[in-house]
Ligand binder design. Structure first.
Ligand code: TRP
Length: 336
């Protein structure tokens, strides 16, 4: 007999902090993959505004940047009809599950998170409990949806492993409850380097504004930044060890055009770095253009943004109640 049961698509979940406009690295490393994955998987994407509170942002700025991030997620092409797109703080079930998961997380393992150690060193004046608990809320974000895959940067891999450990511990104690999530680490885009120091990852918080290109930089700024990108003195466009600057530009060009490194080497054979840098800049400008145009429309349409956010939150709540009530029952909370 024919099997007519619908096959459940695998579920993908990821959140992004609204702390600033994503760089080209975040775009190719995360956001663009989010969009690509939304065809094949059931996708759930959120603005991690609760996580952002750990660094005490200015309230007005957090509100503004959260809205901007949400608009940007729609602008890159996430379809709120097909995927669930939401603000973390609108889905209270995440925080409720996080409390329960706190009780299944050991102080020792949370203390070993390298991001916590780094951040507490960098911001020694504000080592709050939220910062310590950050990975547990992240585990709740993931586990509450029974996500199969979590696209994350390499820096979040340890947090994902913690989420798996917590899930496994809970399942062992209370019987199968959570899906164990797998990381989904993007390819080349995840490793885009600073334009000024190509041995370092491109970071939005770099103090040198020419080091990073943001998704909303106007075309002339993008061109300027690429023109001043640090390269080497060989004057030959080829991918090789020790040519970090050129390798990085080649990766960016490859991400934009889909061309392989061999093809790029041929294309720029006999040409100087000046030409190459301009071509990379133009490819980035072209890649960002439709996103920037869509963003400009969306950011002024608050009614539409709110409608999408409301729809996302409602769908997320519906899904997450299932897991939360199962967990509440299993741990022995009195049910009405
Ligand atoms: N901590 C992640 C980051 O800074 C953001 C995040 C929060 C997240 N919750 C998540 C990522 C759940 C993946 C899944 O990049």
């Amino acid at each position: 007999m024919e099997n007519t049961a619908p096959v459940r698509k695998k579920r993908v979940l990821s959140l992004i902090q609204p702390t600033s406009v994503p760089t080209i690295g975040n775009y190719f490393g995360a956001l663009k993959n989010w969009k690509n994955m939304s065809e094949e998987y059931d996708c759930i994407y959120g603005v991690a505004d609760l996580h952002a509170l750990t660094v005490h942002p200015e309230p007005a700025l957090l509100r503004k940047q959260s809205q901007e991030m949400f608009a940007l997620m729609l602008a890159i092409g996430l379809d709120p009809e097909k995927s669930i797109v939401f603000f973390q703080s609108h889905v209270h079930t995440h925080s409720e599950l996080a409390w329960i998961l706190n009780c299944y997380t050991q102080y020792g393992e949370a203390s070993r998170m390298t991001q916590f150690k780094d951040k507490s060193q960098k911001h020694a004046d504000n080592v709050n409990v939220g910062l310590f608990d950050y990975p547990v809320l992240m585990a709740a974000d993931i586990l509450i949806y029974q996500a199969d895959f979590v696209p994350v940067g390499a820096d979040q891999k340890q947090h994902l492993e913690l989420a798996r450990d917590i899930a496994d511990r809970f399942n062992t104690r209370h019987g199968s409850t959570f899906t164990l999530p797998e990381p989904f680490i993007g390819k080349v885009g995840a490793k885009i380097a600073s334009l000024q120091d190509p041995t370092q990852k491109m970071s939005k918080s770099d103090t040198n504004p020419r080091a990073s290109v943001s998704l909303l930089d106007p075309p002339d700024a993008i061109v300027k930044k690429f023109k001043s990108a640090v390269t080497d003195s060989e004057a030959c466009v080829r991918y090789a060890e020790g040519k970090d600057g050129i390798n990085n530009l080649m990766s960016i060009y490859s991400c934009c055009t889909g061309k392989g490194f061999d093809e790029i080497e041929k294309e720029f054979d006999g040409k100087g770095y000046g030409d190459f840098k301009l071509a990379v800049a133009q490819a980035v400008v072209d890649e960002f253009k439709p996103v920037q145009e869509e963003y400009a429309k969306l950011i002024n349409d608050k009614a539409y943004l709110n409608e999408c956010a409301k729809k996302g939150a409602e769908a997320a709540l519906k899904l997450t109640y299932r897991t939360l009530s199962k967990v509440q029952k299993k741990v022995g909370l009195y049910q009405l």
